[in-house]
Design a protein around this ligand. Structure first.
Ligand code: ATP
Length: 244
């Protein structure tokens, strides 16, 4: 479970996050929707302990992201970008390397890699060198790497960015499977359809502030719009930066 309470973060004069609060629960998919520059990535980075909030607090399974960052990192798997895969290693070796960094080894690690290979449908390329992988294959390796330690909380920053239709579908399927496993899944997006299709809870942010949050029904009610995409546009106050 992730709790974000009144966090703020500035970079010089830019107030990236002005005041953001929300909860993301286990067994649910929570989506942060907002246009470019809304503060989504900055918020996720504070949860992942890469950035320290200027004010407010973040807790993950009850651990404080600033004072207990080690515990928090153990409980989170984060997909932030698809860079840094070692091209000379196979997909399996890349994942194994990260698993070892998290203290896994031997049979437990190999079984975990097998499970992730099945979960992410990577059988075809798990033993191929990563050099020349398609963007979808790279994203899968990065996710497997982030989840090697089987974290309870999963953060995905714009996970379908750059993926083709097939890969996008399998990514969505994968996110649903995480929910079935009882994980707390938090992902950011500026694609309205993606959020509509996947989320149990939606947090809409614009200009560093939460403008609406709740279940799809609650968001419809608060904004007075029947159609969820119209409700998003109403909550943000503009269509700019969103994708249908
Ligand atoms: N390290 C940084 N230094 C300076 N400004 C930053 C930094 N990180 C983010 N910002 C600024 O903070 C604001 C929020 O950025 P953030 O990346 O959180 O937005 P976002 O909602 O994730 O957008 P996108 O959808 O484009 O990724 C932007 O104006 C951005 O330029």
């Amino acid at each position: 479970m992730i709790s974000v309470q009144h966090v703020k973060k500035s970079f010089g004069k830019v107030q990236a996050v002005k005041d953001i609060s929300f909860m993301a629960h286990d067994g649910q998919i929570t989506g942060i929707l907002g246009p470019n520059g809304a503060g989504k990535t900055t918020t996720l980075r504070m949860i992942y302990t890469v950035l320290r909030p200027d004010a407010g607090s973040v807790t993950v399974d009850g651990f404080d992201a600033v004072r207990q960052s080690q515990e928090v990192r153990q409980r989170i798997g984060a997909l932030t970008d698809s860079h840094g895969i070692y091209p000379r290693l196979t997909a399996r070796e890349n994942i194994r390397y990260f698993g070892r960094l998290h203290g896994l080894e031997g049979r437990a690690l190999e079984e975990r890699i097998e499970a992730l290979t099945a979960l992410l449908d990577m059988q075809d390329f798990i033993d191929r060198r990563a050099e020349g992988f398609s963007s979808g294959q790279r994203v899968k390796v990065c996710i497997a790497r982030a989840l090697a330690h089987n974290p309870q909380n999963v953060l995905l920053d714009e996970p379908t960015n750059g993926l083709d239709v097939m890969s996008t579908r399998s990514m969505r399927e994968f996110i649903r499977r995480l929910r079935e496993e009882g994980k707390c899944v938090l992902f950011s997006s500026h694609i309205m359809q993606e959020v509509t299709a996947l989320c149990d809870q939606i947090v809409i942010i614009a200009n560093g502030l939460v403008t609406a949050s709740g279940t799809p029904d609650e968001i419809r009610q608060v904004t007075g719009k029947e159609n969820l995409e119209d409700a998003f546009v109403a909550a943000i106050g503009s269509e700019e930066g969103l994708i249908k």
